[in-house]
Design a protein around this ligand. Structure first.
Ligand code: ADP
Ligand code: MG
Length: 253
């Protein structure tokens, strides 16, 4: 059975998609079978692994809303060992369309249960909200990985996220754990970055990963080429650190 990790933070632009794509690709590079599930209507993880959204007829929307078999939407990516279930803009409607449906919070979990035995890791790239798509992700996950951007107000909003995690633990998924907190877009030239690291470590203690993702221009260029960093520029600092993160995640089981 795969370990299922949801990458969640309701703030946009903190590095969820960058982390989902690159953690998935690095786990595959290290010999694990990984599945990336894009559950953000923007579909940036889908295009980030080289899938053209225009070429796709069915996606995670059809699985969640129309009970399509998840096996039918698993695509191979340009990284050996990494598969993806794509998203499309159609998914924007799912947040509302799911509201009146039966067992609306456990649809993703049921879908993953159909394919979990084919993978070592399933990584879910969540949208920037705490709506039903993120609730489905937290309900399906063994653990949540929280990217936190090294900027002023880094901790703002995290209490809402942690509160949602607690509600899911209480009502939907008692097994859900915090996999770790990942500091992203760190800039060693500023004192602010160092202060944020201290603040986040004080709050989350040993839950903070040793790997800290630096601000790295190669990481921001890679998506426009549809390639994870390990393919786009394997010698870059961004590739090195995401590989370190993948090893830390593997050491957590
Ligand atoms: P989210 O999914 O949380 O909205 P993204 O992963 O899409 O965040 O990142 C937001 C933007 O910042 C993207 O343009 C991405 O390429 C860029 N970015 C993310 N991480 C880094 C990094 N470590 N260094 C430089 N740019 C980054
Ligand atoms: Mg994103």
């Amino acid at each position: 059975m795969a370990k299922v990790i949801a990458i969640a933070n309701q703030k946009g632009g903190v590095g969820k998609t960058t982390t989902s794509v690159n953690l998935g690709a690095c786990l595959a590079y290290l010999g694990k079978k990984a599945l990336l599930i894009d559950i953000d209507p923007q579909g940036n993880a889908t295009s980030g692994v080289g899938i053209d959204k225009g070429d796709i007829d069915q996606c995670i929307y059809d699985v969640l809303v129309d009970d399509l078999d998840a096996r039918k939407v698993v695509h191979q990516t340009n990284v050996e060992g990494l598969s993806v279930i794509p998203s499309s803009i159609q998914l924007a409607g799912a947040e509302i369309e799911l509201v009146p449906t039966i067992s609306r919070e456990v649809r993703l979990k049921r879908a993953i249960d159909q394919i979990s035995n084919q993978f070592d890791y399933v990584i879910i790239d969540c949208p920037p909200s705490l709506g039903l798509l993120t609730i489905n992700s937290l309900t399906a996950a063994d653990a949540v990985l929280i990217p936190v951007q090294c900027e002023y107000y880094a901790l703002e909003g995290l209490s809402q996220l942690l509160n949602t995690v607690r509600l899911v633990q209480k009502h939907l998924n008692t097994e859900l754990m915090i996999e770790g907190v990942l500091l992203t877009m760190f800039d060693a030239r500023t004192n602010l970055g160092i202060q944020v690291i201290e603040e986040v470590k004080k709050y989350f203690q040993d839950k903070v990963y040793r790997s800290v993702i630096p601000r790295n221009v190669r990481l921001s260029e890679a998506p426009s080429h549809g390639k994870p960093i390990i393919i786009y520029d394997p010698k870059s600092r961004g590739a090195e650190v995401y590989l370190e993160l993948a090893k830390e995640v593997m050491s957590n089981g």
